[in-house]
Design a protein around this ligand. Sequence first.
Ligand code: GLC
Length: 439
Amino acid sequence: MNEQLTDRNQRTEWYRDSRFGLFMHWGLYSVLGIDEWIRSINQMPEKDYVHLMDQFTAENYHPEEWAKMAKAAGMKYAILTAKHHDGFCLFDSQLTDYKSTNAAAGRDLVREFLDAFRAEGIKVGLYYSLLDWHHPDYPHYGDRNHPERNNPAYKDVPYNFQNYLDYMHGQIKELLTNYGQIDVMWFDFSYENMAGDTWGADQIMDLIHQYQPQMIIDNRLEGAGNKVGSIMTQHPKRYAGDFASPEQVIPPYPIVNEMGEPVPWESCITINKHWCYNPADLHYKPAKLLVRTLVDCVSKSGNLLLNIGPTPKGEFPVQAQEILQEIGAWMKVNHESIYGNHVAEIAKPDWGRYTQKGNTLYAHIYEESISALEIRGLQGRIKRMTLLADGTEIVPTKHWTLSAYPDVDYFFLHQSATDSYPLPDPIDTVVKIELEPQE
Ligand code: GLC
C-alpha cells in the first residue's frame, strides 16, 4: 500500500469501525414534502419556491432528541444537508441571505445539529451540494439539471462561473473554520463536465488540508464514470475521496481498487423511497430488512448510511422513529457483530451472512432449518460457540448421518433439540464463533 493509501487508511479508521450512520435531507423542499429535486423536476421558477422560507419553521427541532434516537439505534456518525441543490443553506453563511437564519426558523440549524450530536459522542458530517440552483452564476440554460434549463429567457444571460466557485469555496471555508471539527464532508455531485477541476477541487482540498486535515470526504468531487485517478486506482487524485458512495444499492462484494486493496465504502439508503420528507410515501423498509442490509454491508467491509427526511417542523416521521427503535433493540445485544467487523475469512453461507473481527466470527442466521446448520472451511478451528444475545453455549457437532462431508462442521441452534427452528431472533440470530488462530 503506498503512502497516500496508508494515510487514507489511518484517517478512515474510525469510519470503517463505525459501520452505521445517519443521513438527513432537510431543507425548504421539506415544506412541499415531495422530493428535494422538486424545483428541477417541475422546472419551477425561483419566485415560486423562495417563499417556502416563511413556512420552514423548524419549530419542533430538538437536535438533542435526534441525536439520542440515532445513538439508541447504534449509529456512530451522522450527516446533515448543510446545502442541497436548491442552494438553501441550513447554516448562517455570511455569503448569502438564502439561509435558515433568515427563514421562519431563524436559527443556525447546522450548528445546533453539530453540538447535539457531538454531545452524544456521534461523529458529525455535512452534506454540501456542488450544484446550486439559486446562485446567479451557476449555469442555467442548457444545464442538465437546472430548473431553468429549458427557459429561453436565460439563453443569453451572461454569468461568471468563477463567481460561483468563489462563493462555493467561501462557504466551504466557513464550514471548515466556524464550526469546530467536522469529521466528514459529503460533496454531491459531479456530472458531465461539471466534475473535478471544474469545481476547483484541488483548491477545495487545499482548504481541507489547511483547516481540517483529519477530515474524510466522499468520492463525488469526481464523476462516477471517471476511471483516471479515481478512488479505484492505485494512485488516486488528491480529490478522489476517502470512501466510495454507492447509492440505493449494496455492492455484490467488498469494494477493492485495481490492486485488490480494500476501498472504504458506504451505501446510502433511504428509509422509505425518498431522501426528503414525503408524507405520502409510506413504503418504509422494515427494521428486519434494514438490519440485514446493515449486516450485508458489514459482511462486505462496508458501511450503511441510513437516510431519514425530517418534517419542516424538525421532527423525524413517527414511522422512522419506530424503525430506529427496533433496529436499536437488535443492536443493543448484537452490536459486537457490527462495529469493527469486516468481510469474513470464509465464504458466505447459504443461511445468512458472516461478519468477522479478529479471531471471532459472527454467524448471522436468517433461515430457519429443520436440521443443523453447516459451517464450511474452518477445519476444526472452532473453540467456542455462543448465542451472542444471551451467551447460551452451542455445541458443534459432526452429524452422524453426514459423515460423508468431512470438511463441514455442524451446529444445532438449540442445545437439546435436533433442529434450528424457531430462530430465537427472527430479525437475525447471531452466533458468536471463537476461533483458534490460524496456523
Ligand atoms: C441522489 C439524490 C440526491 C441525494 C443523493 C444522496 O443523488 O438525487 O438528492 O442528495 O442521492 O446520495
